[in-house]
Write a protein that binds this ligand. Structure first.
Ligand code: MG
Length: 377
């Protein structure tokens, strides 16, 4: 019975990808990058799974470990791998795959290919033949071309007979770029198996977006709805969707009582599952008395942006007998579009009466309905 282990190396401090946290702990399609990598190995099934983490990242590692052995890494990648290999010493492991957590899209098929190659080789690793023409450049000018014949882009997971790679790491002076280099330094032959173009290494911020696209079903589409009512009171105008509309009465409310903008704001909070205006701007707080409702809508739109959502479209329906909305609808759409930072062709404001029925029919107030679609690519 052959015993297998997989080591996922997540001990780097790389902040190049942006976002504050080391990249392997940043979320991709709802879970940390390192969790995607670990999950692929869990799917294939190994006798031992090891997650190597930086001492400062213990909590992040514990959160995704699931049954994986946690090992603290060292100052370099090679030291981190060696620590993991040493932790497996005595566990009867025959074959080990070593993988960088920054490659979250590793497929079970690729893992299987590397494992299978170890049936006939002491060491095997995935590589992608270089297909682009290669240049040398001095500064920003091309100084020569490089023959791409026989060149491969190296990937992980890299697989080895366990005893071989442990001994090679113990003997290596340090500074190796990867485990293939460590094995070759010790005199071992490493087979190349076909890598995968989608097995990308997350390095720059744009790589996150690419990885999300490759994960496909990651697109998050949400709809939200809002409803609001304000009663007429003393006054000579109403604020509706950010536009001042002359009227024989005003609308009563804690803020400027913009019933349309309130419904739309609640629709966005609803799509985000973040409650309603009252939760973010408590009516008990005097600072919102008479506030322009643009403050609320801007806040909801910023919350959506912060969570990676764009407003795809929104639709507001105002329900009243008077004032007549039609002459102002275009201005209202423009105002809402400007606050949301989207094109006016994605914003609809329309109106209906209630056929003189009910409180809107009796002209006691105005009601508004809104729906919104948020999309995170
Ligand atoms: Mg309201």
């Amino acid at each position: 019975m052959i015993r297998t282990a997989a080591i996922v190396v997540a001990a780097g401090r790389g902040l190049r990808a942006g976002g504050g946290l080391p990249k392997q702990w940043r979320a991709l399609a709802g879970k940390p990058i390192a969790a995607h990598a670990l999950g692929a190995f869990r799917t294939v099934g190994f006798d031992s799974l090891v997650l190597v983490h930086h001492p400062d990242d213990r909590a992040e590692a514990e959160a995704i470990a699931g049954g994986a052995l946690l090992v603290e890494g060292g100052a370099t990648r090679a030291e981190s791998v060696r620590a993991a290999l040493e932790a497996l010493d005595g566990a009867g492991i025959d074959r080990v795959l070593i993988h960088d957590a920054a490659r979250p899209l590793v497929s079970p098929a690729l893992i299987g290919r590397v494992l299978a190659a170890l049936d006939t080789h002491d060491a095997a690793a995935p590589g992608l033949p270089v297909t682009d023409a290669l240049w040398r450049a001095a500064g920003d000018t091309v100084s020569g071309t490089q023959d791409r014949e026989g060149l491969f882009a190296a990937q992980t997971p890299q697989g080895f007979r366990y005893a071989l790679i442990l001994a090679a790491h113990r003997a290596h002076p340090g500074g190796a770029a990867d485990d293939v280099e460590v094995a070759r330094r010790a005199g071992h032959v490493v087979a190349v198996v076909p890598g995968e173009a989608d097995n990308i290494k997350i390095t720059a911020p744009a790589d996150f977006a690419r990885a999300e696209r490759l994960l496909g079903g990651a697109m998050d589409i949400r709809t939200g709805s809002g409803f609001d009512v304000h009663a007429f009171g003393p006054g000579d105008h109403v604020m509706l969707c950010g536009v001042r509309v002359p009227h024989r009465a005003g609308l009563v409310g804690h803020s400027d009582a913009d019933v349309g903008m309130h419904a739309l704001t609640d629709a966005i909070y609803g799509a985000l599952a973040e409650g309603d205006i009252g939760r973010h701007f408590p009516p008990s707080d005097p600072q919102w008395k008479g506030a322009p409702s643009e403050v609320f809508l801007s806040h909801a739109a910023a919350r959506a942006r912060d969570r990676g959502f764009g407003v795809s479209n929104c639709d507001v329906t105002l329900i009243c007998e008077h004032p007549k909305i039609g002459p102002h609808a275009l201005a209202m759409e423009g105002k809402l579009a400007a606050i949301l930072g989207i094109g006016a062709d994605r914003v609809s404001v329309k109106a209906t009466t209630s056929e003189r029925l009910g409180f809107t029919g009796r002209e006691e107030g105005i009601a508004a309905l809104a729906s919104v679609t948020l999309v995170a690519p």
